[in-house]
Design a protein around this ligand. Structure first.
Ligand SMILES: Nc1nc2c(ncn2[C@@H]2O[C@H](COP(=O)(O)OP(=O)(O)OP(=O)(O)O)[C@@H](O)[C@H]2O)c(=O)[nH]1
Ligand SMILES: [Mg+2]
Length: 347
């Protein structure tokens, strides 16, 4: 899973990147971050495996939008690769940075970002439609496909011109497939991060300024939490207690992202490895097998499923199985969060 911090220049993206990834600020463009999972720790205590593997996500630090028009195309191209956009909104005052608009205005900043996304998508369609528009006149092999693509793009363009988002457009499966490769920015799931000052700044009253349609909002004291991310565990805990921060910024971001993208995890155990696997909520046992390896999916026979708590109570997979806590499930079974699974397969 890939996400990135996007926002106006100086909104606090790089600071939040440090808070979430623990990067020391050497200017990494992205980092792979482990998804904290207490369940993996507990399973590893039982199995003492050679390797404990957490789910991972890729976190990108991007330049400010509108900072440098010459690089805008490249910036938008990087954003198109992301699965979720974290919109960073400045809620702190700072004289260390020359802001075009010094006042704090959550609604206006988000509007500016969304307009930039609309414009980027619009330009993308303009540039793209240019080609098939000429091509559809010629009887080429791709003519039928080009015509379909043109029709969908025309529909999307109309929506953008009317101030809408591609995400709001009802598309059938074929249309969705046709535009998948474009990576339209106004189609991407987004969350808002209110970057608060070290002290003060009322997260609740700022939250209500987030426009409708964005349901996932986090308030993070970016600069403070970037410092905390670089402390050892004991000092970090003390600091967090002092400031009333319950969970580290990374954990809160992960929770929000999983909710936004509709993800959860199943677990596998063994002497070699205890591991968390990220899957979409609602994924079948068959799809989940594919998350591990295409061979396991292809040769799927049955899934041996044990709920996490039952396994912990029994003290291991085998023990839980003997105790009658294992279920055998078929391909269509919908996997629940935290289930420990062993796939029976043959290839
Ligand atoms: N007081 C305060 N200042 C912050 C906070 N976060 C960032 N700053 C300051 O705001 C300025 C910009 O922060 P960055 O994190 O570099 O912002 P950015 O969004 O990465 O900036 P660009 O990449 O240039 O667009 C710096 O001077 C930071 O010290 C914060 O939470 N509180
Ligand atoms: Mg930056």
């Amino acid at each position: 899973m890939k996400t990135g911090f996007v926002g106006l220049p100086g909104s606090g993206k790089s600071t939040l990147f440090r808070a979430v990834t623990g990067s020391d600020g050497a200017g990494d463009p992205f980092r792979t971050v482990e998804v904290p999972d207490q369940r993996i720790n507990q399973l590893s205590e039982i199995y003492n495996p050679k390797k404990s593997t957490y789910a991972k996500f890729e976190c990108h630090d991007l330049p400010g939008i509108g900072l440098d028009d010459r690089h805008e195309a490249r910036l938008f191209a990087s954003m198109r690769q992301l699965e979720a956009l974290a919109l960073v909104v400045r809620c702190f005052e700072s004289d260390a940075y020359a802001y075009d608009r010094p006042e704090i205005d959550v609604a206006k900043d988000i509007e500016a970002l969304v307009s930039a996304f609309q414009f980027a998508d619009f330009m993308m369609i303009e540039n793209r439609a240019d080609k098939p528009e000429k091509q559809v006149l010629k009887p080429t092999k791709t003519q039928a496909q080009d015509q379909k693509e043109l029709a969908v793009l025309g529909k999307l363009k109309g929506v953008l011109e009317g101030g809408g988002l591609i995400d709001d457009v009802e598309l059938n499966a074929a249309e969705t497939e046709l535009i998948r490769g474009f990576g339209f920015l106004t189609q991407k799931p987004k969350l808002v991060i209110l970057d608060l000052p070290d002290e003060g700044g009322d997260g609740d009253s700022l939250r209500v300024q987030v426009p409708e349609g964005i349901d996932h909002v986090l308030a993070i004291r970016g600069a403070l939490e970037a410092e905390i991310a670089n402390l050892d565990a004991a000092d970090a805990a003390e600091f967090m207690a002092d400031y009333g921060i319950e969970r580290p910024a990374r954990d809160r971001l992960v929770g929000e992202l999983y909710g936004l993208l509709g993800l959860h995890s199943f677990l596998t155990v063994g002497e070699d490895e205890c591991r968390a696997w990220t899957i979409p909520q609602g994924a079948s046992a068959h799809d989940s097998a594919g998350a591990i390896h295409s061979d396991i999916q292809r040769g799927f026979i049955r899934a041996e499923v044990i709920p996490f708590d039952d396994l912990i109570a029994a003290g291991g997979f085998k023990e839980a199985k003997t105790g009658g806590h294992m279920r055998l499930e078929g391909k269509e079974y919908v996997v629940a969060d935290g289930e420990v699974i062993n796939f029976r397969f043959s290839v």
